[in-house]
Write a protein that binds this ligand. Structure first.
Ligand SMILES: [Zn+2]
Length: 114
């Protein structure tokens, strides 16, 4: 019988029911999460970092989306997976980039003025 080898850093995977420490969400880590129907072709899914909900469109099988959490500064590549039982899962992969939101307008207006 083989002993499981330690996984290489940055290539960890967490299943849908795994608890995870947000400190482990480094680029390359993948996390599977269940989605909830949100009407029509929309699905809600909780981001792995803080559990806030992001809304996805189900669309095609294996549809790709980009989700950013502005609260945690994390961005994910997300693949929607049809589980063929009426449900959908979302596979999150942590990206290298940080997320920053454009929040407010410049005081002098949208463009630089003399
Ligand atoms: Zn978050």
């Amino acid at each position: 019988m083989l002993t499981p080898r330690p996984r290489p850093a940055g290539a960890q995977h967490f299943g849908a029911d795994d608890q995870l420490n947000p400190n482990l969400l480094i680029p390359g880590v993948t996390v599977r999460r269940y989605t909830e129907p949100a009407g029509g072709i929309r699905l809600d899914v909780a981001v792995p970092c803080c559990g806030r909900l992001a809304r996805l469109r189900r669309g095609l099988d294996h549809a790709q989306a980009l989700i950013g959490c502005p609260f945690c500064g994390l961005a994910y590549d997300v693949t929607v997976i049809d589980e063929l039982d009426g449900g959908h899962a979302a596979l999150f992969k942590v990206r290298e980039e940080e997320v920053t939101l454009a929040r407010r307008r410049h005081k002098s207006g949208p463009r630089d003025r003399p």
